[in-house]
Write a protein that binds this ligand. Structure first.
Ligand SMILES: Cc1cc2nc3c(=O)[nH]c(=O)nc-3n(C[C@H](O)[C@H](O)[C@H](O)COP(=O)(O)O)c2cc1C
Length: 447
């Protein structure tokens, strides 16, 4: 990735938005009363709030439209679709959220929720959801820079987005369950996306106890025109092969796959003390840290909030490893974190700032941060679909760490890393494990 011979084809950089050119926009409100008590109502306003604070444009800097959630290379390849029954101010249909103009566009009219219910293998929360959001990744929009590695980024960048989404739903009193296990083809067909280009990677069932949909209309191809992404595209067959190999054929396979995961029954706690929307508007990845220490209490809070339970059909509990550079009253060193006891085990004392810098491809961010959190897991015990679940589970926790850090007035950034060297550094404790995600947290450097 660092090779000086590798150059990016800048004139061919893909458009960071999906823009349907023939559909009328339904503009969404940008005015939200974030201090009002949650109503638990699902209406157009809640759709607007969920879409904006997960995938909306929150600021424009140097001509780049930055979004609510962090994304590798600011390439913003994740799209959000809504599959709704009749809601207050929103008729039943399939909609795409256009981040470029904060508007919905109706792709299909009618109640198509049965498609998702069947694809999920009658998952009870999908079955009772008045609204289900579907996330996709458009491979080329990230592969332009990251090549085949973009396949992992689909789940990383969906994960940071989902951390926002799940927290915003929570704040509105809306139960939300992430669904990783679903039959891929019918969902892609419903959205009319070609999985060689763009594919569904997660469903989020919002709300519960809705009356079942009355019918299940057919989902013929739509062939809706969209603005071209770039002049030409490079194919990365490893991406489509990996996705096909982790696809599930039908609802029964989805239900069978899901049954292998334990049910989590932990109560969800807020990740920020103030309304999470306010934190999302302030969030932006740190470009430089000051090397200043954070408090031990701060570290404890951050780790508890990062690992805060969220409702998911297939959560993979990755192991958290830390490089602590500067935390008051804590010896610098490499640590393993126990989710169960919320304690740290010292693996290697010492100043590991130079190693942290090396491991994130030589970027000073990890060396200057107060600490770095690495999510590792043994992939051998997971199947191909489990690979997706592991990447997503880690990325959502990393997204929660982002929110928790900004909630405490600190800064954070996701980072890319040398996979095998991270594992080697944490050996023997981490033997056999692969890295899913890395986040650095610290005090932002201020001039
Ligand atoms: C998984 C992940 C990995 C990232 N890796 C790096 C990195 O290696 N170096 C870096 O400077 N920023 C990295 N970032 C930060 C992105 O560049 C940043 O999220 C993007 O530019 C959008 O900006 P924002 O987070 O300020 O909204 C990463 C972000 C994510 C989510």
């Amino acid at each position: 990735m660092r090779s000086s011979t590798r150059t990016l084809d800048w004139p061919n950089q893909p458009l960071p938005f999906k823009i349907y050119t023939s559909l009328a926009p339904m503009p969404l409100s940008l005015t939200f009363d974030v201090s009002s008590p949650p109503t638990g109502e699902i209406d157009l306003n809640s759709v607007a709030r969920l879409a904006y604070f997960s995938n909306g444009v929150t600021r424009v800097l140097h001509g780049v439209a930055f979004r609510a959630a962090a994304c590798t290379g600011a390439l913003f390849h994740i799209e959000v679709y809504c599959v709704a029954g009749d809601l207050d101010e929103l008729e039943a249909g399939v909609y795409h959220y256009g981040a470029h103009d904060n508007a919905l566009r109706q792709l299909r009219r009618g109640d198509f929720r049965q498609v998702l219910i069947d694809a999920s293998g009658q998952e009870p929360r999908v079955a009772g959801a008045p609204l289900t959001l579907v996330l996709t990744s458009t491979w080329w929009r990230n592969a332009w820079k990251y090549e085949a590695r973009a396949y992992r980024h689909a789940f990383w960048d969906a994960g940071t987005l989902l951390a926002n989404l799940l927290s915003v739903a929570d704040g509105q009193g809306l139960p939300a369950r992430l669904i990783v296990g679903f039959a891929d083809s019918p969902v892609n067909q419903l959205l009319d996306v070609d999985p060689d280009q763009e594919a569904a990677i997660a469903l989020v069932a919002i709300g519960r106890d809705a009356a079942p949909p009355r019918d299940s209309p057919p989902t013929p191809p739509l062939n809706l025109p969209t603005r071209p992404l770039s002049a030409h595209q490079v194919a990365y067959p490893q991406i489509t092969a990996a996705h096909a190999a982790s696809s599930l054929p039908d609802g029964a396979a989805a239900a069978g796959w899901r049954a292998r995961f334990p049910v989590r029954r932990e109560a969800r706690r807020p990740i920020t003390d103030e309304p999470v929307e306010a934190v999302i508007l302030r969030r932006g990845s740190s470009r430089r840290f000051s090397q200043a220490a954070i408090t031990l209490d701060g570290l404890r809070t951050l780790l508890a909030r990062a690992t805060c339970a969220f409702d998911c059909d297939a959560f993979v509990a990755c192991d958290l490893y830390l490089i602590v550079n500067a935390v008051d009253d804590l010896q610098p060193g490499a640590y393993a974190y126990s989710r169960d006891t919320r304690t740290l085990e010292l693996l290697k004392p010492g100043d590991h700032r130079p190693m942290a810098t090396y491991l994130d491809l030589g970027q000073p961010l990890a060396g200057d941060a107060a600490f770095n959190a690495y999510w590792l897991v043994n992939l051998d015990v997971l199947d191909n679909r489990g690979y997706r679940a592991a990447q997503l589970s880690a990325a959502i926790e990393a997204g929660q760490l982002y929110l928790a850090a900004y909630g405490l007035g600190l800064g954070a950034t996701g980072l890319t890393f040398f996979d095998d060297d991270v594992t080697r550094f944490f050996e023997p404790h981490a033997s056999g494990k692969s890295v899913m995600f890395l986040t650095a947290v610290g005090h932002p450097f201020r001039r």
